[in-house]
Design a protein around this ligand. Structure first.
Ligand SMILES: [Zn+2]
Length: 66
């Protein structure tokens, strides 16, 4: 399954939230759906986020399958 990514609000880097989700399940979620807070790898801060801030990384998914 693809990783859920967000853009770090402090550094602007794209970071993985640590969550994965099926594409169809993701589409069904409302834009204000709250994901699990996570410790950001880029700035070492716990970020809260909602679906509107996030996107799926299918590139990462393909890499894991190889
Ligand atoms: Zn961050």
């Amino acid at each position: 399954m693809p990783l859920i990514m967000i853009k770090c609000v402090r550094t602007g880097q794209v970071v993985a939230t640590g969550m994965v989700i099926d594409r169809d399940a993701w589409i069904r979620l409302p834009a204000d759906w709250e994901g699990d807070r996570f410790l950001c790898a880029a700035c070492d801060t716990v970020h809260a986020w909602i679906k509107r801030d996030a996107f799926l990384d299918f590139t990462r998914e393909r890499a894991l399958r190889q």
